[in-house]
Design a protein. Structure first.
Length: 273
């Protein structure tokens, strides 16, 4: 992966080639940005790419919209959801003259369909600006996958957790944890499984290194198994066996730390850092 310094020193053609995948159907964007080197940070490079689009002639900006539908990740949708998306996309294209553009990794399944339906009601001028902003979000993710260096755009978020046993006042190791995306009242999708370590934390974030999709989530802790081990005199079945915390993510680039503080008889949570 080239660094910003590599791009700053590269021949113009090599720089354009390295950045070509950021806007794969519009090499003119990379060409315009390459002429503005050197870049001190990744944010500076992204700003140059964005400026090239914003100052381009209307015909080129419209072509960018018509040739830039983002579809990676739609395989997550159920058959019914995909049919709904196709119908919304067709209505959207008929209304605005270009396909629905959205940064799919930033959305859960319900959020994706909700966004498409909501934007279908927008006025044309506002929607062109919104679609262009979504292109820039996609470009930022692609840029971070292609180039490394100081001050890269923030494109990833995290969901993390830890468990504290209030009886002992210590972290709770060995607690099995599951994270589910809450799609509807009748469907959830398993996103990650983990187990707490000696510090009561999972070894890695439950979601990390990518945007956290906008969605409600259900974080499930098998805390009963922990207290069966630490206090075998507790009644069976335990008062608390599986604790389920439902919370919402609205900022895909945010850090959502969702801990569990528990005894055999009570628990609490909060958004930590």
């Amino acid at each position: 992966m080239p660094s910003l310094d590599d791009l700053n020193r590269a021949a113009r053609g090599d720089c354009v080639a390295a950045l070509g995948a950021v806007f794969p159907h519009a090499s003119w964007v990379a060409e315009a940005a390459a002429a503005q080197r050197p870049f001190a940070t990744g944010e500076d490079l992204l700003a140059a790419l964005r400026g090239a689009v914003e100052t381009a002639p209307e015909a080129e900006r419209h072509a960018l919209l018509t040739n830039h539908p983002e579809r990676a990740g739609l395989d997550r949708l159920s058959e019914a959801e995909h049919a709904r998306f196709v119908a919304l996309d067709a209505a959207y294209t008929d209304r605005f003259g270009f396909p629905f553009i959205v940064c799919v990794p930033r959305h859960g399944r319900a959020s994706l369909l909700r966004a498409c339906a909501a934007r279908l009601a927008s006025d044309p001028e506002t929607e062109r600006a919104t679609a262009q902003d979504e292109i820039f979000r996609i470009a930022a993710i692609r840029l971070c996958a292609l180039v490394e260096g100081a001050g890269m755009p923030r494109t990833t978020g995290r969901i993390s957790t830890h468990v504290l046993d209030t009886v002992t006042g210590r972290p709770a190791p060995g607690v099995r944890v599951e994270l589910h995306e809450w799609v509807s009242d009748t469907e959830t999708v398993l996103i990650a499984r983990a187990q707490t370590n000696a510090d009561g934390r999972t070894d890695a974030p439950l979601i990390g290194g990518r945007p956290v999709p906008i969605a409600p989530y259900d974080l499930r802790f098998r805390i009963g198994d922990h207290f069966r081990t630490t206090d075998p005199g507790l009644p069976e079945p335990p008062f608390l066996d599986i604790v389920s915390l439902r919370f919402g993510v609205a900022d895909p680039e945010g850090h959502y730390h969702v801990p569990l503080v528990a005894s055999p008889w009570s628990y609490q949570t909060y958004r930590g850092s």
